[in-house]
Design a protein around this ligand. Sequence first.
Ligand code: PLP
Length: 378
Amino acid sequence: MQAFKEPIYVTRPMLPPLEEVENKLKEIWGAKWLTNFGHQHQILENVLSKRLKVPYLSLFNNCTTALMVSCRALGLSGEVITTPFTFAATPHILAWSNIKPVFCDVDPVTMNIDADKIESMITPKTTGILAVHVFGTPCNVNKIQSIAEHYGLKVIYDAAHAFCVEIDGRGIGTYGDASAISFHATKLYHTVEGGAVLLNSGELKKKVDYMKNFGIQDEEHVVMAGINGKMNEVQAAIGLINLQYVDQEIANRKKLTQIYREELDTVSGIKLPIIFENVKQNYQYFVIRINEKCYGFSRNYVYEKLKEYNIYSRKYFYPLCSDYACYREIESANRVNLANAVSVGDECLSLPLYGALDADDVRKICAVLREIRKGRSN
Ligand SMILES: *Cc1c(COP(=O)(O)O)cnc(C)c1O
């Protein structure tokens, strides 16, 4: 089988018609208001809170600041229980807040923090749980909530991957004390860079709003130690434009996901992402798991081999955060206690998926995956 002529990347950003961006920029130039809660910002906050089905939403310059501010607004300190199978930002926001990340193993099916193991990791220093809805699959939100209530812990969700995800029709951002979502260019829906904190409490929204703007209440009152986490008008405008196209983007990805599923369903050693009937998914990623024994080759081999065909997949998430040099000395980072995370981290491969990807290219990627398997010795 021949390699692709042009490289196929794991993702490509949504790019709305440039003309629409130009028109919006004209509007912003006319208003002479580039940042600090302008017109575009106000509209986007409103529209997005409805869209994500959350009572309150606060826009940010990125998801990492959104997580840091959530953590601070909820008064977390000491130790926070989190997952090693995530993007670097998750444990980093704890470390940057002088909080010790405590790594809990993941559920082998959902790949999210294993709620049944959280309790055993709680110490007198524990103040919260920072869980991640990995690849948009919801965590065991009910179990996490009941543990949090029982032990008086706060819950923050890193919902970076969970744009528009719902459980039984309920917005994913309504679970826990706060959730943070990412609008980075590589995510499903973007504002080039950006993010938001999703909240149930109006009081907390007020606090978060102060915190992202240096703690400034008005010209003469700075009411708390804040930071600069604001989203500017150009970002907000791109977000408003992209909102018009995101449903089409999701529909396209859904179609491509179905092709992946049909084509890979019977390939031994390739495990497809699970589907929950009560969850509205967003089709942001298509992440398979490669079982070396059944497939005949390791995930790492497949990842390298795909490159020979000009296909650029990603090892999401590898290495585990608990294996980073800055965390591996922490007791909970010991791989012995993270067996599921280790195997998930060794098996996962994120395949190319974006709205503009050609359906035939997806079929060809699947054919390549079947072809690679034919080279096995057993
Ligand atoms: C992308 C991502 C982030 C960081 O988002 P930014 O908007 O780039 O700061 C955090 N957590 C997870 C799980 C992510 O995938």
